[in-house]
Design a protein around this ligand. Structure first.
Ligand code: PLP
Length: 293
């Protein structure tokens, strides 16, 4: 089924619906030819985008880092409403009708300049399945420590750019090893993040449960899903911790998840082929935190 596409540019700041069966991208578009642009991938349930303010604020941050035109939050809200209102029904799940909403900003062509797109599709069944069946993950070195990039603005640390070829390559690599997911490590074996997800780990303590994630902003993308879960956990009086985490911490955890906006939480069932503890009740509790933030 063709996606529903809305374009935002200086001429139509609140977006206009495009015919997705017609050509949309100019061959000289630098978002396409150079990966020069930024994006967000969000989940809409029953027509309402989850964690919309968190996504809009990260999109704004990414656009600033690339010195890219951004139409602003009101324009994005109007364009996303238009796209969702024009889209066929989303995938029917226990949460409701689910759509993936991708917003992107491209540098465009030198003549026409930057523009934005909203692309709405039903969430694939394979993504929804991972919430319950979980994923097998492999630890792989990132090659350099991204924390070292933080002070070098041209390396765009913390921006969610369109240049995802490395993230896609690592997923192909782990698939050849019989897994579905990769978790990057730094040279000192510190845990960083998944290829397209944040890492969350739980430990049961005498007083309850403590959840951990590698320290955001140290060269890894601050995940909106992780942020929302930790905000909900704090409100509920849970203890939360921010790394550093090492492979043995994950191996010995009482629960390990990969968190991202559309998949939500995928329990990691195996890490480097070793079976891990999975806890359906804990997964449910973390999912509840997400609903309130
Ligand atoms: N880290 C990376 C590298 C990602 O690509 C993503 C999502 O695409 C995440 C983390 C999770 O971010 P979010 O929870 O905001 O979807």
């Amino acid at each position: 089924m063709a996606p529903t596409v809305v374009r935002i540019d200086q001429a139509s700041p609140n977006g206009r619906l495009l015919d997705a069966s017609r050509p949309i991208i100019d061959i000289e578009d630098e978002g396409y030819t150079r990966g020069d642009g930024v994006f967000e991938t969000m989940l809409a349930v029953d027509g309402s985008v989850r964690k919309f303010p968190r996504h809009l604020s990260r999109l704004d941050h990414s656009a600033r880092l690339l010195q890219l035109w951004n139409p602003g939050q009101d324009a994005w809200r109007a364009a996303v409403d238009l796209a969702l209102g024009s889209a066929p029904e989303g995938t029917d799940t226990t949460l409701g009708r689910e759509h993936t909403v991708k917003t992107l900003l491209s540098r465009g062509t030198p003549e026409e300049g930057a523009y934005g797109l909203v692309i709405v599709t039903p969430v694939p069944a394979t993504t929804i399945e991972q919430r319950t069946t979980g994923v097998k993950a492999m630890l792989l070195p990132r090659g350099h420590d991204p924390a070292e990039d933080s002070d070098l603005p041209w390396l765009l640390s913390g921006a969610k750019t369109l240049s995802y070829a490395v993230n896609m390559a690592v997923l192909r690599y782990v698939k050849s090893l019989g897994a579905q997911e990769a978790i990057f490590t730094a040279a000192d074996r510190r845990i960083l993040e998944g290829a397209t997800s944040s890492v969350i780990m739980a430990r049961r303590t005498r007083s309850g449960v403590k959840i951990y994630t590698p320290e955001p902003n140290h060269g890894i993308l601050p995940g909106t899903t992780q942020g929302a879960i930790f905000a909900g956990a704090r409100d509920a009086g849970w203890d939360v911790g921010f790394g550093p985490l090492y492979p043995t911490d994950l191996m010995e955890a009482d629960g390990l998840w990969l968190a991202s906006s559309v998949r939500l939480l995928a329990p990691v069932t195996h890490l480097n082929r070793q079976g891990l503890i999975t806890d359906g009740d804990l997964t449910e509790e973390l999912m509840e935190f997400l609903k309130s933030h």
